[in-house]
Every structure is written in C-alpha cells, then in structure tokens.
Design a protein around this ligand. Sequence first.
Ligand code: 5RP
Length: 225
Amino acid sequence: MGEEITVAKRRAGRSAAEAVEDGMVVGLGTGSTAAHAICRLGERVNAGLDIEGIPTSFQSRELAREAGIPLTSLDAASPDVAIDGADQVADGQLIKGGGAAHAREKVLDTAADRFLVVIDPRKEADALNEAVPVEVLPSARRPVADAITDLGGDPDLRAAERKDGPVVTDNGNLVLDCAFGEIDDPAALAASLAAVPGAVAHGLFVDSPDEIHLGTADGVEVRSV
Ligand code: 5RP
C-alpha cells in the first residue's frame, strides 16, 4: 500500500473518531481504516473521553483492548454510533466483507443510531461491481453456491493466506466471494441473497451509512448520505 493511501486511511479514521462524544457507545469496525479510528479513540480515552466500544471482530477487539477502550456488548448496550470501513462505495451503497467480518459488522452498523463509513479514494466507484462476500454455514456451502449461481453470480470459496484451505470467519463459517458484474439494483440483490437458506450474511449494505468520511492526500471530505 502506498504512503498516500495510508495517509488517506488515517485521515478518514481519525476524522470519524472526532465525531464521538462523551458517554457514547461505539461500534468498532474491522479493517485497516477502522483501525485508525480505534487508535484515535484510544488516544481520546486516555485523555479522558468516557466511552464504551463494541467490537465487530477479533481484530477490532484486540486493537480496542490495546488502545485502552472499555468494551461492552450488544447484550448490555446499544451503539450510538458505528465507525467502519468499506471495500466499495457507490451512491451511498456499500460492499463490505474484505476482512470477512461483515456479519457482525452488519449487526453493529445497523443497530447504531449513526453509521460513519471511513474510506480512501480507491473505494469510490460509479457503480458497485466488486465481488460480494457471502458468509455461509460450512454445511450449506454447495446449496448456497448453487443458489448464488441461479441469481447470476459466480461464487468462489475464499482461500486463507498462510494456512491451507479456506478462510474461516470469527463465527466459524466460510466465505464465498460472489462476482455479479455491475450490480444494477443493489437492494434487489441484497434481498435475494438474504433469502438464501444457509447464507448467514452478505456484504451488500444498502442505504446504510449516514456519513462518509473520505480521506485524501490533501485532507478529509465528510459527506452526509
Ligand atoms: C471487513 C470490512 C472492512 O471494513 C473492509 O474490508 C475495508 O477494509 P480496509 O479499511 O482495510 O480497506 O468490511 O470485513
């Protein structure tokens, strides 16, 4: 990753972290951009900010712990705000799940009163056209793949790096990366994917963000959606 992109991610993450106020419960997203938000929140906690975080993954839990952010859970609290990254953004619609954390991310990001998306310029597109990650029960892999093919997709089991075999999510499931080409109607595809038995969660986040924090080489652009 180039230095410019790293700077853009840091700017986006830190910008969203500044929107968090005393007393809030914060959904902590997963990925390299959300990680900058978590680090900045940790700095603010160490300077006296009183918040609790709810992590969306093993990664965000570990980062939050290291940063000194007190943690809670959805059993005990509702998030006021969630800060999370995205793999592609077009017209306020998102594809997420590059880190295979989209099932818990969707729960947190949807439960939050406000959802702030943090991205660098590479994530912006005119239309969604990246593969959509679908988390599947291991026992349902074949029927889910067949259903996705029937919907016009091309499912590909995500392989692990530095481990033989597939990626196994924090929930013990598998991920099918499903190429659909350009997605003309994200809401319709989202509804079809959500209806497939054995598909635990898909990475289309439709009409979900409230604000997009786009970090660039020059600064940050904050857009209401
Ligand atoms: C994890 C995600 C991430 O938010 C998404 O992959 C973006 O990651 P990064 O900020 O590292 O580019 O959806 O499941």
